[in-house]
Design a binder for this molecule. Sequence first.
Ligand SMILES: Nc1ncnc2c1ncn2[C@@H]1O[C@H](COP(=O)(O)OP(=O)(O)OP(=O)(O)O)[C@@H](O)[C@H]1O
Length: 627
Amino acid sequence: MATGKINVSVDNIFPLIKKFLYSDHEIFLRELISNATDATLKLKHLTNIGETDVEYGNPVIDIKVDKENKKIHVIDQGIGMTKEEVEKYINEVAFSGAEEFLDKYKDSAKDSGIIGHFGLGFYSAFMVAHKVEIITKSYKDEPAAHWTCSGTTEFTLEDADKQDRGTEIILHINEDDEEFLEENRIEELLVKYNKFMPIPIRFGTREETLPLPDDAPEDAKPETKTVDNIINNPDPAWTKQPTDLEDKDYKDFYRELYPMQFEEPLFHIHLNVDYPFNLTGILYFPKMSQDMNMQRDKIQLYQNQVFVTDNVEGIVPEFLTMLRGVIDSPDIPLNVSRSYLQADGAVKKISSYITRKVADKLKALFNNNREDFQEKWNDIKVVIEYGMLTEDKFYEKAQKFALYPTIDNEYYTFEELKEAIKDNQTDKDGNLVILYASNQNEQHSYIEAAKDKGYKVILLDSPIISHLLQKLESSEEKITFTRVDSDHVDNLIKTDEEKISKLSDDEKEKLKGDFEKVVPKEKYTIQMEAMDSNAAPLMITQPEFMRRMKEMQQTGGGGMFGMGNMPEMYNLVVNTNHPLTAEILSAEKETQQRLIKQSLDLARLSQNLLKGEELTAFIKRSFEMVK
Ligand SMILES: Nc1ncnc2c1ncn2[C@@H]1O[C@H](COP(=O)(O)OP(=O)(O)OP(=O)(O)O)[C@@H](O)[C@H]1O
């Protein structure tokens, strides 16, 4: 038996492994299965190129938990190692990675997930085991080797009588880590990290219920059969060519990724690039609700089919983190801090590649089947609008497919919209005024008034819309967005047209004074307007600028400092041409006050501003009047 000292210049690396990697204990299994997978794939390669004539067969990786003896076995049928190779790869090479690791991190414990990055994969076993054994037989015709190490720099290496090719790693689990002797815990880890690894992973057996024959009697009990419990799907959809997949395959894979998700995805984007970086994956657009916090099922990041994380922040542009699916790339530096990741050149390229692909796909969907795209618009608009707001590149591309639907369900692109309204909605200063509503019910009377004038009213109801409008206005010449209730309809689009007022200037002045006596100054600015006599006598509006700034502050960022906290201020527009206004003007003081109060409340009611006690009083008063 050979004994020796592991070739490493520090006294004892094991306490360090434990200390640095403490938070990530559970990844030991992922690391060992990755090694087992690599060893199997290497053998496959050698047999493929005719380097060896050993039989490749149908290798699996076995995971066994021996609770009684407190051991976990990871067994592969891969390339194996000779004694010399154990010396070299386990005792020397692995530790050269360890030395690098120590050099870099001995002073700072900031980064905890260094494993894998420095070739410490195998030694992560010592996070959970006080003793580790390797029993391995190479595919070459040489005796098997047995390596044992008890978490010190001492090891033993001797011949073993293992006959079949491959490697068995035996972990003698620490008392503190006995959770890993629970089958459920191991199964949970296997499903989390290894669900799509390329070599089948077997974790014991399971009972499978066989289907009953068609003519089986009603009380027949189905038979069960014991089958291998294979954890993974070695050929997940994203590793295949898009041309080999049908729509159904993508939907099935979605279900496989998110077994608890019952909604179908709206569409998918297959990512596939090998230059200047390697990346494959499938992204799905889920049905989106207004609630942006609905992120439970996230995009998963893989490295060569090994699960790494579902925190893709920094790799995927923020607006796309609302999507679902898989990204697999060997080029994303793993286990490094987020700030490092964001500064990494390859990661930046990946992020802009993904943005471009998503934009291209949306454009293609729009071009190929506009009707279908329009139907999906409501579900995807939040992502698109958010992307336009946050990524300039995406903004440019999205101008071609972002839609502006009218209240009556006509869908326009921005260019089409401009063309459609230019004759009727250009104001006296040459500005194109785009009228919009944010709530079809609440702004109903304003929408109707605008439509009566032949204006098109766009429905824009996303939570971030005020920010996007701000951006559209500042990047386009002579465009303004005006919400239909921000002024009375004749003022929405200003013309040179002189309005004829039934009241003289003196009368208007007096009427204004009468209103000011009743209407609270701190809430309303009174605005006398000569409107159509059929229009409402009184209406409440809130200027576009003020409302938008407040909304922008409330939805975070932008807007003008302090506007969010300003009290609500409205304009009270008095239609001087309405018969009721004439009546108010000539009424006795008491009647006049009653009429003003009642009309004001009606105007408030139509803007949904009359609530609580005031609403109760109003209703009571109105009943008295109709008696
Ligand atoms: N199951 C195995 N079968 C055959 N060789 C193995 C096995 N496990 C480890 N080895 C050998 O030991 C070496 C060191 O393994 P280790 O996990 O420490 O690093 P790595 O796999 O090279 O790098 P990393 O873990 O960072 O991907 C491997 O490169 C491989 O040559």
